[in-house]
Design a protein. Structure first.
Length: 280
């Protein structure tokens, strides 16, 4: 059963309800004294935590690579800007998702995630969530879209190869929120790089995906009143007013299908495909 979650105010301080299948097996190290190069007192003092805003920045390391830093209440998170946020290459692959895809091809249709693999998947979900939030805060929308696509792809994979329903639900409950953030980012990217009309089309596509999700879980009656849907609808209406009042092609397509005007819908769909491929 899919559990709808109100994630409009989801923040970095919100605990992510991911089920660990092994528990924490690690032991804390003894309280050994640290040298000046081992502690981060100076960094924390020079960059105070502000609970009223998201504390995120890009810094350049000694080796000239850029990394993201996120100031949290009890320290600093540092994330790589490409590949996996922790910089690891699981089994030589760019991400753990890539590794699992390789494994599933090798093992065939009967591939099911084991406990260790589930825990590694959970780690990757959380890492990409943190980085997606960073990109949104820094208004690097294309990168936010890419990280959201990674998460959605990993969710799809986990739904197929999950060991049990409870673990599946622990991730699927966040799918609407990931779709919401992806749609926001795609629309704002289109607004910057193209036009309000293109941004509205991105929102319409996102709303269509969300609606299909509600229908899949027999929650269609809740769709119109959902907070995430309301926010996307308000953004769409605001952007619609920025270009001549003409409805977007995606809106026209939705209306044509609803009215069973299939020939008109086919013409509009052809026009959308031409625009997507760069042809006019």
């Amino acid at each position: 059963m899919w559990i709808p979650v109100d994630l409009v105010n989801f923040s970095l301080s919100t605990p992510v309800d991911i089920i660990s299948r092994r528990g924490n097996k690690s032991r804390p190290e003894n309280g050994l004294p640290m040298t000046d190069s081992e502690h981060i007192d100076a960094l924390l003092q020079s960059w105070p935590y502000n609970p009223e805003s998201m504390n995120i920045r890009i810094v350049t390391c000694e080796d000239k690579r850029e990394v993201l830093q996120m100031r949290v209440d009890l320290g600093v998170l540092q994330l790589e800007t490409t590949g996996r946020p922790d910089g690891q290459r699981p089994e030589g692959e760019e991400t753990y998702y890539d590794y699992l895809m390789r494994q599933s091809i090798f093992e065939g249709n009967g591939f099911v995630l084991d406990d260790d693999e589930c825990d590694e998947v959970d780690r990757e979900f959380i890492q990409f969530y943190h980085r997606r939030v960073c990109w949104l805060r820094l208004q690097q929308y294309d990168r936010a879209v890419a990280d959201a696509d990674h998460t959605l792809g990993l969710m799809d994979f986990c739904r197929v190869h999950s060991p049990d329903e409870q673990w599946t639900v622990s991730h699927e409950q966040y799918r609407p929120f990931v779709l919401f953030q992806r749609t926001q980012a795609a629309a704002l990217s289109a607004l910057e790089e193209s036009s309000p009309e293109e941004a509205v089309q991105e929102i319409e596509q996102g709303l269509t995906q969300l609606h299909a999700l509600f229908v899949e879980h027999e929650l269609e009656e809740q769709f119109e009143d959902d907070d995430l849907v309301t926010r996307l609808t308000e953004l769409r209406d605001s952007l619609s007013g920025q270009y001549s009042g003409e409805k977007s092609l995606q809106q026209q397509l939705t209306e044509a299908i609803a009215a069973e005007e299939y020939e008109r819908a086919a013409r509009i769909r052809d026009e959308l495909e031409r625009r997507d491929s760069g042809q006019r």
